[in-house]
Design a protein around this ligand. Structure first.
Ligand code: GLA
Length: 391
């Protein structure tokens, strides 16, 4: 957790007054249910104990000033006239403010100071954490009544239209609704969710491969198109389906031969991943971590072979982890083409597991992976400061 006192101090130094609110929104790791959210399907993420923090105070004019404490950079714009910036991080803030305005929420200007301990570009949703934190900061300062779903949708909309990334809704939803010590089974069609407690004897171990995710954006959009193509073709036999979420494994098997590659394999991943996600959540609910782990391993194989979003070095991380003592299951997490794996590991084995995984990866690739043992955390809210009350 970041030092809230320090954040407050930096705000005071920069703006000459103390902040009136400090909010936080977490990053996430998805346990299972990958590339299903934009197919109206099911996902099973946890919010992690790393977050983006914003110290904030209202202004009496329409100007928004933003300091990124981590990048040591600033931005300033007027709420009445928001344009795209060349600096990507500016656009997350500007995009969310624009989305709030477009939704009809009355806003005044604000001074903001942002700091985060969510690793950037690692596939742990640092962008969704920033978007949701910005939305919540403005909601708090302007005393707006915005439901969690709306906040998540506004943040996603900002990323889709203003930043230009066609992401699904998973990352923003978990940043809003995450619950300590739980994963959430989210239905990405109606946005309902069910919290499932994580057994205290197992740890969520994230391993960052440090492979730059250069291909991620273009491949992501291409996968989305392939899924849409599958829906259109399958509608010949099942006119009622709106998304791959509506296709059962039996229906798929009956018509898969008629689908061209790679559309067939892409659809097979999504249809089977939805089933694995529902089975996985049910397995954890009855305390069967071993069954959950096997589904994670199957999910990885499907992402590697059918969805083709893995890379050889990520496969190495997952397969090495799967063989190590105390590991129930391991898989690529997030969009793919680099980023992180997630493993469920017996708590007593975490230290040896982490050491051996990093060692094997370094030996094979020359790269040093970073391990994050994550604790499932609450979603967006006011940051708690143990040192004293907020200003
Ligand atoms: C990224 C997107 C999410 C989701 C995952 C893949 O994280 O932002 O919406 O599609 O990839 O599961």
């Amino acid at each position: 957790m970041l030092d809230i006192g320090l954040l407050r101090e930096r705000f005071q130094q920069r703006y000459g007054i103390h902040p009136s609110a400090i909010v936080r929104a977490p990053g996430r790791v998805n346990l299972i249910g990958e590339h299903t959210d934009y197919n109206d399907g099911f996902v099973f993420p946890v919010a992690i104990d790393r977050a983006t923090y914003i110290a904030a105070r209202s202004r009496s004019d329409q100007i928004v000033r933003v300091v990124s404490s981590d990048l040591n950079e600033e931005d300033a714009f007027s709420i009445d006239h928001i344009e795209r910036s060349k600096r990507p991080w500016h656009n997350y803030v500007r995009g969310v403010v624009m989305a709030l305005r477009a939704a009809g929420h009355p806003l005044t200007g604000a001074d903001l100071l942002i700091a985060s301990d969510v690793p950037r570009g690692a596939g742990l949703s640092s962008s969704a954490a920033l978007e949701v934190a910005v939305g919540y900061a403005f909601q708090t300062l302007n005393h707006l009544n915005i439901l969690g779903e709306e906040l998540a949708l506004l943040a996603q909309g900002a990323e889709n239209t203003f930043v230009g990334v066609q992401c699904g809704i998973m990352d923003q939803l978990i940043a809003v609704f995450g619950r300590a010590d739980h994963a959430l089974l989210i239905d990405c069609r109606d946005l309902s969710y069910r919290p499932v407690p994580l057994p205290s004897s197992v740890a969520v171990v994230v391993c960052d491969s440090h492979i730059p995710r250069t291909l991620a954006a273009s491949a992501y959009n291409q996968r989305r198109q392939e899924c849409n193509a599958a829906v259109q073709l399958l509608q010949q036999w099942h006119p009622g389906i709106r998304a791959l979420r509506d296709v059962s494994e039996d229906q798929f098997a009956a018509h898969s031969d008629a689908l061209p590659e790679p559309v067939r394999s892409r659809a097979r991943h999504v249809v089977s991943e939805n089933r694995r996600t529902l089975q996985g959540a049910a397995a954890l609910e009855r305390g069967d971590v071993a069954a959950f782990g096997r589904l994670m391993n199957e999910s990885h194989a499907s992402l590697r072979d059918d969805y083709q979003v893995s890379l050889p070095d990520i496969d190495l991380l997952a397969s090495t982890a799967q063989r190590l003592a105390g590991c129930y299951g391991s898989r690529l997490t997030g969009a793919g083409f680099g980023g992180c794996t997630v493993s469920l590991v017996e708590r007593s084995e975490v230290e040896t597991f982490s050491r051996d995984l990093v060692q094997a990866y370094r030996h094979a690739t020359g790269r040093t992976a970073t391990i994050y043992v994550c604790r499932a955390s609450d979603g967006v809210g006011r940051a708690v400061d143990n040192a004293g009350p907020q200003g």
